[in-house]
Write a protein that binds this ligand. Structure first.
Ligand SMILES: Nc1ncnc2c1ncn2[C@@H]1O[C@H](COP(=O)(O)OP(=O)(O)OP(=O)(O)O)[C@@H](O)[C@H]1O
Length: 267
């Protein structure tokens, strides 16, 4: 296995350090019955990285992602976020601490406008109840922040459109806006390019690159040309284990990685 320029261990380290690891795992393992989907993974995501998790089908990417976002309990091992053990912390608590999982389109309210969806995300951050019936004027103080967030993701022209009417790529931009409303330091993206055509892919890749400035992003992504374009660190999984880490150039030159992809349906 190659590990190129790997992040230094900073368990408990301070994220003020540019090289600090925001997320670290130790011996992270998940079994399903007798099957080991993620096996003894020691993994780190460096502050302000745009980090991709790749690997052939069935490598364990989604399982590792679900463990990190606490959607799935670990069988063994630990997950540390900003120096604190979060192995058993609920996803909502993690989100309030700045680690937010995005691109769950189901979390968008389809029959509300783009603007209303972002406003509700802001209300949620402020722990207000979703008072749809509240007088318009009491919700107006969110307007400026909503407009800023919509501008950040290029959705200003769609502000008054119902979410359900948005083209697919724009729905994902809306999801990203509702994520940004949580003021995340770390954004976790599950296959952000899935189901998109070329034009949406190019725009979404640029959007992710832009929102990643000053933030940390970890994404599972099948589209290797997007990964090559925007990610500065790549971890390759195979059969639940890390087989390589480094820049795209480094991991794509690794014989074990090339071997892992042979016979898979990836390009
Ligand atoms: N809930 C489950 N029950 C049983 N086996 C599971 C479960 N979830 C995942 N697995 C198995 O764990 C292995 C890893 O699956 P996972 O979905 O994490 O891989 P992946 O790398 O995300 O694959 P893909 O790229 O195809 O989405 C696979 O063999 C899968 O069949």
């Amino acid at each position: 296995m190659v590990r190129c320029g790997g992040p230094k261990t900073t368990q408990g380290g301070d994220v003020g350090d540019a090289n600090a690891n925001v997320i670290e795992t130790r011996g992270l393992t998940r079994t399903f019955g007798g099957f080991v989907a993620v096996k003894d993974v020691d993994f780190a995501v460096r502050k302000h990285a745009l980090h991709a998790l790749i690997g052939p089908n069935g490598a364990g990417k989604s399982t590792l992602f679900n463990l990190l976002t606490r959607f799935l309990p670990a069988t063994r091992g630990t997950i540390v976020y900003r120096g604190t053990d979060v192995t058993r912390t609920p996803p909502a608590t993690l989100a309030r601490r700045g680690m937010v999982r995005s691109f769950q389109i189901s979390s968008v309210f389809p029959h509300l406008t783009t603007h209303e969806n972002v406003r509700i995300a802001l209300q949620s951050r402020h722990r207000e109840t979703f008072a749809f019936w509240r007088a318009d004027r009491s919700l107006k103080h969110y307007d400026e922040e909503v407009r800023t967030l919509l501008a950040d993701v290029g959705l200003e022209p769609y502000a008054q459109r119902l979410a359900t009417e948005l083209p697919y790529g724009r729905k994902r931009a809306l999801e990203l806006a509702t994520t940004l409303a949580m003021q995340p330091d770390v954004i976790l993206l599950d296959e952000p390019m899935a189901g998109m055509g070329q034009e949406d892919i190019a725009r979404t890749a640029e959007l992710i690159r832009r929102v990643g400035e000053g933030r940390t992003i970890l994404m599972v992504e099948h589209n290797l040309s997007v990964v090559a374009d925007i990610c500065d660190r790549i971890t390759v999984l195979r059969r639940g284990e890390i087989i390589a880490e480094g820049s795209y150039a480094e991991v794509s030159a690794d014989p074990e990685v090339r071997q892992a992809y042979i016979g898979s349906d990836h390009d």
